[in-house]
Design a binder for this molecule. Structure first.
Ligand code: RFL
Ligand code: PHB
Length: 398
């Protein structure tokens, strides 16, 4: 039997893969999305919560913004909590005043649900339970994408492959380690995250630096909080009873009149903190993007947003080669992505270092305290922070 033919095989139905599929569809380019997990699993995964302003605008432009615009919370600032002398203070970084921009609070789970709903309503190919196991012919005219599903093993023949299969995917692993030119940094810490049925302690996010470690009070809706605690790398959920989690959340986050509200846990998970950059994002007809190409620690709320930025580059360049016959269109893909990747990798590293307790080092502590003071003054450092957090401009997707 002849294999199914498509222009672009997209490996992974995370935000990167689903958005790329949408951008290609709007340009009239054929694509097949293959996802190894089940539909229910993908729809149930709790991850990011913060969408940059340029990304929110892009989602509207792509016709994916209807439910987001109705249900989102728009934030025009964040709170940074830390010790000043013997007091805990909360400094507000005013995004609106510093940049005129805002961020959108809307769960990644909801965005993924919207994208899957649209693709299915349009009757376009999106296969769940289809795990890609090999790619043959990356330097030839077409690539054979081998995958396994409940019917057994099959092949799709594609002109290009988007490797957007996340940090634990296969596409980057198919390449020799030396070819990937990977740089990475690990941190001796992880985030324990809980989704809680209770109102958040403030109408804005609170990022807290505390002698016992970082904590973050975020939210999904006015009735559902998303709370995080820095825990030692290697801890598991079994090390953290709910009583212990609440004790730490109260100690690290509560201020008089603004306590963390307790409620039922709807979900809990532990995520290690790490930075990874594969400096090669293209191998012949395979193009890597999103978490498959780079991972940032979640402190700056950047992973999903950076994945979207890669996809605007990839979509436009695939349009160049497939619609306009510009064979050179993909040549600059990795260079143009890596500029933003390193800016965002720096921002995420900086914010992680500023707010976590990673080592006991008085010199470093003084430097961090001084940066928090400088941020509170609202000068150029605050401006840079607000610009980076609310999101650098995106390049056109078509
Ligand atoms: P994903 O979302 O991991 O999707 C990849 C998909 O590929 C599938 N897959 C395969 N499919 C077929 N064949 C194979 N061989 C396959 N191998 C894997 C996987 O099942 C999966 O469905 O990657 P993508 O699309 O690049 O998106 C990246 C984002 O998901 C990630 O960067 C964010 O979640 C990071 N992140 C945050 N980003 C933000 O922008 N703002 C935030 O507020 C934010 N908070 C977070 C976060 C990530 C967190 N965790 C859990 C890592 C908070 C946390 C706690
Ligand atoms: C979240 O709401 O999940 C969230 C918010 C801000 C971050 C990371 C995660 O920096």
């Amino acid at each position: 039997m002849n294999p199914i033919q498509t222009d672009v095989a997209i490996v992974g139905a995370g935000p990167a893969g689903l958005l790329l599929a949408r951008m290609l569809q709007l340009q009239g380019i054929d694509a097949v999305v293959l996802e190894r997990r089940s539909r229910d699993y993908v729809l149930g995964r709790v991850r990011a919560g913060i969408i940059e302003q340029p990304v929110a605008e892009l989602l509207v432009e792509l016709g994916v913004g209807e439910r987001m615009l109705a249900d989102r919370l728009v934030h025009d600032g964040v709170q940074l909590q830390h010790h000043a002398g013997d007091r805990m203070v909360r400094d507000r970084i005013d995004f609106a005043a510093l940049t005129g921009k805002t961020v959108t609070v809307y769960g990644q789970r909801e965005l993924v649900r919207d994208l899957i709903g649209l693709r299915e309503a349009d009757g376009l190919p999106l296969r769940f339970g289809a795990e890609v196991i090999g790619l043959d012919g990356l330097s030839d005219d077409r690539v054979a994408v081998r995958y396994r599903d409940e019917a057994g093993e099959s092949t799709i023949s594609a002109r290009y492959v988007a490797g957007v299969d996340g940090a634990h995917g296969i596409t980057a692993q198919l390449l020799d380690g030396a070819e990937r030119q990977t740089l990475q940094r690990s941190y001796p810490a992880a985030w324990l995250g809980v989704l809680v049925e209770a109102a958040p302690p403030s109408h804005e996010l609170i990022y807290a630096r505390h002698p016992e470690g970082f904590a973050l009070a975020s939210m999904r809706t006015p009735e559902v909080s998303r709370l995080y605690l820095q825990v030692p790398a290697g801890d598991t959920l079994a090390d953290w009873s709910s009583d212990r989690i609440w004790e730490h959340l109260h100690r690290r986050l509560d201020l008089p009149g603004s306590p963390v509200n307790e409620g039922r846990f709807l979900e809990s998970s532990i995520t290690p903190l790490r930075s990874v950059v594969h400096r090669r994002m293209r191998y012949g007809r395979l193009l890597l993007g999103g978490d498959a190409a780079h991972v940032v620690p979640p402190t700056g709320a950047k992973g999903l947003n950076l994945a979207v930025a890669d996809m605007t580059q990839l979509s436009r360049r695939l349009g160049g080669v497939l619609l306009r016959g510009d064979e050179a269109a993909l040549d600059g893909y990795q260079e143009s992505c890596l500029h933003r990747v390193w800016q965002v990798t720096h921002f995420s590293w900086w914010m992680t270092d500023l707010l976590h307790r990673l080592e006991s080092d008085e010199f470093g502590e003084e430097l961090r305290t001084e940066q928090l003071r400088t941020l509170a003054d609202g000068g150029p450092l605050a401006q840079w922070f607000a610009d980076s957090y609310t999101g650098l401009p995106l390049t056109p997707w078509s």
